[in-house]
Design a protein around this ligand. Structure first.
Ligand code: XMP
Length: 514
């Protein structure tokens, strides 16, 4: 394992990903972790990330010197570089030598471990107000810029390396190569970590954890729960039961995807609960968005817990585990805790015990989203599941502005299927984050079709581009694709006589309409 010590400001996650792209396994630890604890993990190498502090400010994060004396190869980047310099006796000061953004690095030692085979002048991404003016004793200066005399150094004998810039960002043109030189040449690691290893490791770990007891998993149709379930299924087979609640708010073909394609690909034991009537009844007469969300959430939990209870009452070993598709970014963001948490699942259906405790099985805790997709692919899941765009839990229920009825759901399902089909046919799936299709059920407008007047509903197309759904911009789809979608929807979907395009960013609009 390569440990990435996180000094803040989001660089650590990107570094960890880059290390994994070099096919070496990496994990992030907070800089507050005692050095003895880091070393107890037996890391093959350690990378010190950048961060927002100044090394000489009171209260700035530090590292015990023993980290550099343990014989473990260390690579410091930006703040990590300055910290290495200062801790080992070099000079770091605020000399007014600021650099932000693209800078040219001159490599002064072309045969160095980090820079061999890279150009003498290369673009690097800088972001610092302090600079190293003298390298520690025993270090060779390997690079400089017009502003900073010591922009890279190394002590090859002690396997200590550092660069002032950010090799992990795309703008550093040879950053990945320099990182790989550290991993392969400096630390002597081999590029042998793959998602295949993850599957093998996780399968063994899950078998160990679950033993001969049983586990359950809720499937939502989304990527994470599907891949988690497939992995656990591979490990414990029929000791796993998946539950899929069909609330009738899914898009066209999605329930079949889970019922047929997912089961065919994994052989998983699946309990499908048809709860369409129940949801429609609970939603009757309701058009307030928050109320709809609450009703859908509440009914979902009730149905899911009922299904859990039925499974637990079947003959067989104890059902002690709940499978969840938690990903690495969630783990890092919530403080990076390890071990298994216990969650309580409260029941409020008559005659059930007050609470049941499950132990969690979270086989994707180490993975980033794109790695989860790769694992899914390797497990043989169909592309339609592995490459799915985000879809909200309350489904089409929050894409009908107005009351949710069976008729309106069917109509929206048709319109949505047409939009998806045309976007896929135009090869635009990877260019957009998602494209909600919304039915304005409470709005009618006049139209003309054939020789007659129509009085129908508008459909809204809401294609957006985004990195993380926190902010988004409306996607500039080609006019001819929009035109095709519009013509098909108005021709093929009964009661729809108008298609409109949402050209609002987020903020101020949210991605969904409700
Ligand atoms: P908004 O509409 O808040 O949506 O801009 C941001 C992202 O979250 C999805 N979304 C949900 N996902 N349960 C979910 O699992 C929900 O209740 C929910 N509401 C919105 C939305 O599709 C978008 O990707």
């Amino acid at each position: 394992t390569v440990l990435v010590v996180d000094f803040g400001a989001q660089y650590a996650q990107l570094i960890a990903r880059r290390v994994r792209e070099a096919r070496v396994y990496s994990e992030i630890v907070p800089s507050s972790m005692p050095v003895a604890e880091m070393l107890a993990k037996n890391p093959a190498a350690i990378i010190l990330s950048g961060g927002p502090s100044s090394v000489y400010e009171p209260g700035a994060p530090t590292l015990d010197r023993t980290l550099f004396e343990a014989g473990v190869p260390v690579f410091g980047m930006c703040y990590g570089f300055q910290l290495m310099a200062q801790t080992l006796g070099g000079t770091v000061d605020n000399s007014g030598a600021r650099e932000y953004g693209r800078t040219d690095l001159s490599v002064s030692k072309p045969s160095s471990t980090l820079f061999e085979g890279t150009p003498a002048e290369q673009a690097v991404w800088m972001s610092h107000g302090d600079a190293c003016s003298a390298a520690p004793e025993g270090f060779a200066v390997t690079g400089s810029t017009s502003v900073v005399p010591v922009a890279a150094f190394e002590n090859d004998e002690k396997k200590l390396y550092g660069v002032q810039y950010h090799p992990e960002v795309m703008h550093s043109t040879h950053g990945q190569q320099v990182l790989e030189h550290f991993l392969y040449r400096g630390a002597g690691l081999r590029p042998d970590w793959t998602t295949g290893n993850v599957i093998e490791e996780q399968v063994a770990a899950i078998r160990e954890q679950v033993g001969d007891r049983r586990a359950i998993c809720g499937l939502s149709g989304g990527v994470d729960s599907a891949v988690a379930a497939a992995l656990v299924q591979k490990a414990i087979g029929s000791q796993l039961t998946c539950v899929y609640v069909d609330h009738g708010l899914m898009r066209k073909g999605e329930t079949e995807q889970v019922e047929k394609d997912f089961v065919a690909a994994t052989g998983v034991q699946l309990k499908v609960v048809d709860a369409q009537e129940r949801f429609l009844k609970a939603l009757a007469g309701v058009s307030d968005p928050e109320e709809k969300r609450k009703i859908i959430g509440r009914e979902f939990i009730r149905v899911f817990e009922q299904a859990q209870l039925e499974i637990m009452q079947e003959d067989g070993p104890e059902v002690a585990f709940l499978v969840q598709g938690t990903l690495y970014p969630d783990v890092v963001e919530s403080g990076g805790g390890t071990g298994t948490a216990n969650i309580k699942s409260h029941h409020n259906v008559g005659g059930l015990p007050d609470d049941i405790e499950f132990e969690l099985v979270e086989p994707l805790r180490q993975l980033f989203k794109d790695e989860v997709r790769m694992v899914g692919q390797e497990l043989g899941l169909p592309d339609e599941i592995v490459q799915r765009q985000p879809f909200p839990g309350p489904g089409l229920g929050i894409r009908i502005v107005g009351e949710v009825t069976k008729e309106r759901l069917d109509l929206l399902r048709e319109a949505d299927a047409i939009a998806r089909e045309e976007l896929t046919a135009a090869g635009l799936d990877r260019d957009i984050w998602q494209c909600p299709v919304v039915l304005l059920a409470d709005v009618r407008s006049v139209g003309v079709q054939g020789d007659g007047r129509t009085y129908g509903h508008p459909i809204v197309l809401r294609p957006v581009s985004s990195e993380d759904a926190m902010t988004a911009d409306w996607s500039r789809l080609p006019y001819d694709v929009l035109s095709k979608i519009s013509i098909r929807i108005t021709n093929e979907v009964k009661d729809v006589n108008r298609v409109v395009l949402d050209v609002t960013s987020k903020p101020p609009g949210t991605i969904e309409w409700e």
